[in-house]
Design a protein around this ligand. Structure first.
Ligand SMILES: CC(C)(COP(=O)(O)OP(=O)(O)OC[C@H]1O[C@@H](n2cnc3c(N)ncnc32)[C@H](O)[C@@H]1OP(=O)(O)O)[C@@H](O)C(=O)NCCC(=O)NCCS
Length: 182
């Protein structure tokens, strides 16, 4: 989905642009994904699992941009991708067309400056514009900052996916399921 670009100011005064992703972001997105995946245990991927070629990434970004019921938003600070968030429908069948999933990540250097809040506020309004009635996500058990943000944005805990993630050291973590009506 293509949506209107938005300028925001982070709590520390940095200027940031929230905008739809573009195929020309491919190289920046791959670099960004490698960095965030290596910075936190709270995402699905390890950094060595970011193996997209530029061409494959360009195709993904192009299709995200053109899909009327999908969203990929990037947050850009000083020309560099600081974070992204996405919305994807749960399926094309009529019984699930009202539901979408949400995911967000920021580079560590941009956390705790109000960016996650601003991106979510904008994404939730765009989810409603796309015709969704509810938005769903999973948060890794122990990710207190993300859970706080989601509760602040009106998400309610609905259950748990036991041992959802298995780390390279053999340990497991649950994921907490959350839903917000739009
Ligand atoms: C989770 C994430 C998206 C939040 O975005 P952010 O820009 O850092 O969040 P904001 O600054 O907008 O808000 C953070 C809130 O959490 C609070 N917070 C910070 N650390 C916290 C902690 N350890 N426990 C509880 N709350 C915490 C802040 O006080 C703030 O609350 P407030 O707005 O009520 O004052 C971002 O930190 C991130 O990408 N982290 C790494 C990847 C990740 O965890 N992604 C989510 C996967 S589900």
């Amino acid at each position: 989905m293509i949506f209107k670009e938005k300028e925001i100011t982070l709590k520390d005064g940095r200027k940031c642009t929230l905008r739809p992703v573009h195929p020309q972001d491919a190289a920046g997105m791959i670099e960004y994904l490698r960095i965030v995946s290596g910075e936190t245990l709270f995402l699905l991927r390890n950094a060595d699992e970011v193996t997209y070629t530029i061409e494959a990434e360009e195709n993904i970004l192009e299709s995200k941009r053109n899909a009327p019921r999908e969203l990929m938003m990037v947050a850009v600070v000083d020309g560099v991708i600081a974070g992204n968030c996405g919305i994807v429908g749960k399926g094309s069948q009529r019984r699930v067309q009202h539901r979408c999933g949400f995911a967000i990540a920021l580079k560590q250097a941009y956390c705790d400056a109000g960016l996650g809040t601003a991106m979510m506020e904008y994404a939730l309004s765009l989810a409603k514009d796309m015709g969704y009635e509810q938005i769903e996500l999973e948060v890794v058990d122990g990710n207190a900052r993300a859970k706080h943000l989601y509760e602040k944005m009106g998400f309610k805990e609905t259950g748990r996916l036991l041992r959802s993630l298995k780390y390279d050291d053999g340990s497991y973590r649950d994921e907490i399921c959350m839903v917000r009506l739009l």
